[in-house]
Design a protein around this ligand. Structure first.
Ligand code: THU
Length: 136
C-alpha cells in the first residue's frame, strides 16, 4: 500500500503534543497507519512508578486494537524533550518492537524523523529472529 510518509510523520508530531511525561520531560508521538487507511495516534504516558510507563508506540497499537484494527502498514515515531524541536531519531524500545511483532509482518514499516530526514526501516530490520505466535 502506498502512503504519504510526510503526512504520517506530521500526525506523529501532533500526537507528541499529548504526551504525559512529567518525569522525563521526553515527549514521544506515534501515528499508526492501518491497512484500511485509518490512522491511530499514541503518545507516551508515564507513571510515578516509572515501570508502569506506556510508550507512544504501544499507546497507538492499543488504541487501534481497541477499535477492532488488526492489519497494519506503518508507524511513524518522533521524540524530543518538551518544548524542543525534533533533532534526533527516536527508535522504538524493545518492548514496543515485541508488541509490533504480535500484530505485524516483517515488512511492516517504521518511519523515524529527526525533523529533517525520514528514515524507513522494516520490522524485520529492527527485530530479526523475533519470538512470536508462530513459536507456540
Ligand atoms: N519512550 C517512548 O514513548 N517511545 C520510545 O520509543 C522510547 C521512549 C518514552 C518512554 C518514557 O516516557 C520516555 O520516552 C523516556 O524514556
Amino acid at each position: 500500500m502506498s502512503y504519504d510518509k510526510k503526512m504520517l510523520v506530521g500526525r506523529a508530531a501532533e500526537a507528541r503534543l499529548k504526551a504525559y511525561s512529567p518525569y522525563s520531560s521526553f515527549c514521544v508521538g506515534a501515528a499508526l497507519l492501518c491497512a484500511d487507511g485509518s490512522i491511530y495516534e499514541g503518545a507516551n504516558i508515564e507513571n510515578s512508578s516509572y515501570g508502569a510507563t506506556n510508550c507512544a508506540e504501544r499507546t497507538a497499537f492499543f488504541h487501534a486494537v481497541m477499535e477492532g484494527k488488526k492489519d497494519f502498514t506503518a508507524i511513524a515515531i518522533v521524540g524530543a524533550k518538551r518544548g524542543e524541536e525534533l533533532s534526533a531519531f527516536c527508535a522504538p524500545c524493545g518492548i514496543c518492537r515485541q508488541v509490533m511483532a504480535e500484530f505485524c509482518n516483517a515488512d511492516f514499516e517504521i518511519l523515524l524523523c529527526d525533523g529533517n530526514e525520514i528514515k524507513t526501516y522494516t520490522l524485520g530490520d529492527i527485530l530479526p529472529e523475533a519470538f512470536d505466535k508462530g513459536n507456540l
